[in-house]
Design a protein around this ligand. Sequence first.
Ligand code: SF4
Length: 358
Amino acid sequence: MLRPEKPALGGLAPESLEALLAPLPPFRSRQILTWIYRRVSSFDEMTNLPKALRSDLAARFILYSSAVSACFEDPDGTAKLQITLWDGARIEAVLLSDGGGRKTACLSTQAGCPAGCVFCKTGLLGFRRDLDSAEIVEQFLHLRSKEAEIANIVIMGMGEPLLNLEEVRRALLVFTSPDGLALSPRRITLSTCGIAEGIRELADKGPPVRLALSLTTADEALRERLMPLALTNPLATLKDTLAYYQQRTGRRLTLEAVLLGGINTRPEDADALAAFAGGLEAAVNLIPWNPVDGLSFEGRPLQEPGRRELRTFTAALEKRGLNVTQRFRKGRSIAGACGQLGVVHTERFVPRCPVNSR
Ligand code: SF4
């Protein structure tokens, strides 16, 4: 499929939009941006623009390069959008609710993922392509059509963001720029499976978002078997890089551990995790594995950790002085929970909310 003939305005950085619309005066470009951030569906809805300008814009541009192709809602308040990109690739973005009414957008950075973590549905799909910054920003705008007030962004959807760092940084600049969506970098968390070079580059170039390392285990040999990218990013290097990120940004880190029943919840995993966290200002976020059909580790189907196993492992970490939280299991009925994103094609998942496509 070819790129659309007309350029899309939706996810552009404010300065790129202004340049594209020249010689329109900058105040017009700001008006247009305000409408886009309200996620209008047509230029005709931009009622403070002269009619002739609206027609001219519609003749030269399209609003968004991607469209929502399905929307799924979990009774726990989670909503998942399936989004089709201009070339037919499909990705997913999730709107999470914390129970107190605060909403968080979980965004994807790649269609599929080349990292191949054994516990993740996206890894099972393989890799199709990187998203450009506009496609990342548009996910946020599509989620906004469901919920205008989104307090936080987590870059934890499909893909490894640091393998697509240039476009991810561009999108982060749109999210944080005072002329863009003006979100504080503190409200944005980027999660990586651990690419040392990318962490260092993000530390140097910013913006200084919060960083979460998907550690899973600090047993190096086990980690290499669970997460192939660990083979080229040894734990000692990663730890140095995390310390560098912390020193440059002043941000507290999160160490995430997806807990796989009977695999990474042993006392030695607690010891290794505590040793890795030593010297870093970091909280540990435990994520009991969310089931995905077809995922296995060395010939054995993966399993959720049992309740007792979870309690024992949490207590073991706390005993070693770690600050431990457990991630809520949200969106499991719509395959929208952590590690489950993978563009569902089965009828098992019937769209439950109106599709708001352009
Ligand atoms: S956990 Fe993240 S990095 Fe690993 S395969 Fe899944 S999407 Fe890719």
